[in-house]
Design a protein around this ligand. Sequence first.
Ligand code: SP5
Ligand code: ZN
Length: 376
Amino acid sequence: MSGAPLNHHHPFVQCRVTETCSSGDNRLMRTYFNTEHALHRGQKEMFRGEMVPCFEVPDRVDFVLKELRHRKLGPVETPEPASLDVLARTHQPRYLDFLANAWSDWVALDPANAQRDAFPSYWPIRTFRSDVVPDSFHARMGLFSFDAGTPLTSGTWVAARAGAGCALAGADRLIDGDRAAFALTRPPGHHAGADFFGGYCFLNNAAIAAQALRDGGAKRVAVLDIDYHHGNGTQAIFYARGDVFFTSIHGDPRTEYPYFLGHADEHGEGEGLGANLNLPLPRGTEFIDWRIALAQALRGIERFGAEALVVSLGVDTFVQDPISGFRLRSENYLDVGADIAGAKLPTLFVFEGGYAVHDVGINAVNVLQGFNEAAG
Ligand code: SP5
Ligand code: ZN
């Protein structure tokens, strides 16, 4: 489509061996699709004292894939699952250990558990210890989580690990010189911290990709989180670091999930002071005001001097989203993509939330199309 020349230069590091240095492709956006995603399939989640059908369902990404193919956005590939070593660049080994064995530990307690998803019931909040990993599986579930709305299922670990592989493959595309890539996966990632799950998230795909971009030679990386919910996991992972800027536009945590992080006065700490920018907005916010916040986030990214950008692409900002409160329309997502392209950075989109299942494909692909059209 565009006549832009292929980028034969590695953007972040010098090519060591010419034959193995792949040239980037700036014309098409490659998608890395998690073909294992449906292995994670929660039955119910706790919602206002009731067990209700999960909002975070396999159909979500299938609708996005269908729309991608329909609009011929670019090739769709499935990479290898993430290795434990690479995951350990972002997550604590004791948490990865727990996740890898959680389902077999759960079923070992009672063979009938094979038919039931696992949920935490006990949490070590203030005054409790979190340095001792308990023998009790129930206690470990609480130690490594922060809510009761995130079922852990038989295929959660395999699905999550394959999804992290998609984020890593996308980061590799940018390291190889592509302008953009898309990691299409679930379960989502931005609520997961270095050692906890929650908010439907287990492995923090965006953080794993940002770390991979750093390890691949980008000196400064920005994460822009446009999911309706604050990306508490991503913020926490990078809060004390000056090499990864985190900025998020989200429902004000005074009233919106995840409630306990995401306020405007969280600026980072230590080396990371000034590398965290939260832009909370009230429930009911319309696109015109949301877009002003996006411009502010993009100015922050520019001031920081990022060399690469990871976008936590949630489309639960949609007016019809069943669990969220912003009022974006489908056509607005084209502008969102175009505005992000204005940052002129190698950009990896990582799929996060969005629960109006039948519109999730149109909305997510509108962002990518808007980006492509503006990027030329
Ligand atoms: C990745 C992501 O979007 N995770 C979101 C997890 C939200 N889980 C808690 C949902 C609570 C919603 N409260 C809704 C009020 C509905 N009117
Ligand atoms: Zn969300």
